[in-house]
Ligand binder design. Structure first.
Ligand code: MG
Length: 399
């Protein structure tokens, strides 16, 4: 008798700054369940509806062991596919099924993937400041904690202060100046590079804030500082520019947290136009597609750097870590330094020691959710502000 799915539950919670969506798959075996990350923090209620109204009726009664088939059929069952809401919903179920399979096998998920290539995943964390000196101080504080890779940002995602120049009558919002971005950031990188020990690796996230031709210039200008990588230099809509960037500089490039569809990463990898693929694992549908993507990238010399800020749930971070310790082409893992409350809501959430994130040896994903505590921290319904991004003339821009 196969073990089957008896219920699929969606848990919304917000123990920190980000709204999180966790899926719990219950089974016909007493006490056996799995958890998965379905977090699309800006659209949690849409994901909840996709799971509750569409996926759950389709999944109840299915064999929990048939992860691949369930994933493939879930992707095509709605006919239209590869959108962020449905991909996240499918990820929640997919990760929960890997968790269940691990518990059934009495093995951590990294063992099911093929076993460890390394004991722990090297992480990078964020240092942000309002001026280059502050960025350098905060970066040094992280180095003092044991981190050897630090992402350096000036004024959030940079180019701030452009609101003063907007035309009369322009709405409020998160203004930035793409033309000011390059020179300002270059000065910051130069300063921080001069302050920190040269063995410390620096990373920077452009967050799509440059016009494409200015992005080409910036990748050239920043080349002498030997970044570990330059992240999201271009928007997904502008990936046709990567070839030009590549011809012009040897700055390592990381791309992809907004990707939904294999078409977005395939050419960048097979044409060797990027160095790190950093999709948001739940955004592409979970562990099942991430495993395939990692192997495709490995074939072309591209390393992994899964997206891992606070809007990846702790369950999603656990999933990332299982992929990290397994993948032959693991590069680096973004890490967000969770609060103690998050450790209480999510027992088993891994911890960092000296910059390395260590998996536990529990079966499955090795993480759980305290539902009572999660319920005490419900999601807010506030309209997202930081994504209301504008150019100096007041027009909307990609955040
Ligand atoms: Mg990013």
């Amino acid at each position: 008798m196969p073990v089957t799915i008896t219920d699929v539950r969606t848990i919304l919670t917000q123990p920190g700054a980000s709204r999180l969506v966790i899926v719990k798959v219950l089974t016909s075996e007493d006490g056996l369940y799995g958890v998965g990350c379905a977090t699309f923090t800006q659209r949690v209620f849409a994901v909840e509806a996709a799971i509750e109204r569409h996926l759950k009726p389709f999944l109840v009664g299915r064999d929990v062991d048939r992860i691949e088939e369930t994933w493939q059929m879930s992707m095509v069952h709605g006919y239209w596919r590869n959108g962020p809401v449905l991909n996240n919903a499918i990820s929640g179920v997919d990760q929960a099924l890997w968790d269940i399979k691990g518990k059934r096998a009495d093995m951590p998920v990294y063992e099911l993937l093929g076993g460890k290539c390394r004991e722990a995943a090297a992480t990078y964390v964020h240092a942000e400041g309002s001026d280059p000196r502050e960025v350098a101080e905060r970066a040094q504080a992280l180095v003092d904690e044991g981190y050897r890779h630090v992402r350096i940002q000036l004024g959030g995602y940079g180019g701030a202060g452009a609101a003063d120049r907007r035309p009369h009558g322009s709405p409020d919002g998160n203004y930035f100046d793409p033309r000011a971005y390059g020179p300002t950031m270059l000065g910051m990188v130069e300063h921080v590079r001069g302050e920190l020990d040269e063995s410390i690796e620096l990373l920077h996230d452009v967050h799509e804030r440059l016009h494409p031709i200015d992005a080409v210039q910036f990748a050239k200008d920043v080349e002498p500082y030997r970044l570990f990588f330059l992240e999201d230099l271009l928007a997904p809509e502008d990936i046709g520019w990567f070839e030009t960037v590549r011809q012009q500089s040897a700055t390592p490039l990381a791309m992809g947290e907004l990707f939904n569809n294999p078409h977005e990463w395939r050419g960048l990898i097979t044409d060797r136009l990027i160095d790190f693929v950093r999709v948001h694992v739940s955004q592409i549908g979970g562990i099942t597609p991430a495993r395939s993507l990692a192997l495709l990238a490995d074939t072309f010399g591209v390393r992994t750097a899964w997206h891992g800020p606070g809007d990846t749930s702790p369950v999603g971070h656990a999933a990332n870590l299982h992929l990290d310790v397994w993948a032959p082409n693991f590069g680096i893992q973004e890490w967000y330094r969770p609060s103690e409350l998050e450790y209480e809501v999510f027992p088993g959430l891994p911890r960092v020691e000296q910059g390395y994130l260590y998996p536990n040896d529990l079966p499955g994903l090795g993480i759980d959710i305290d539902e009572q505590l999660a319920a005490a921290h419900p999601c807010d319904e506030a309209v997202e502000q930081w994504t209301q991004t504008r150019l100096p003339d007041g027009s909307p821009a990609r955040p």
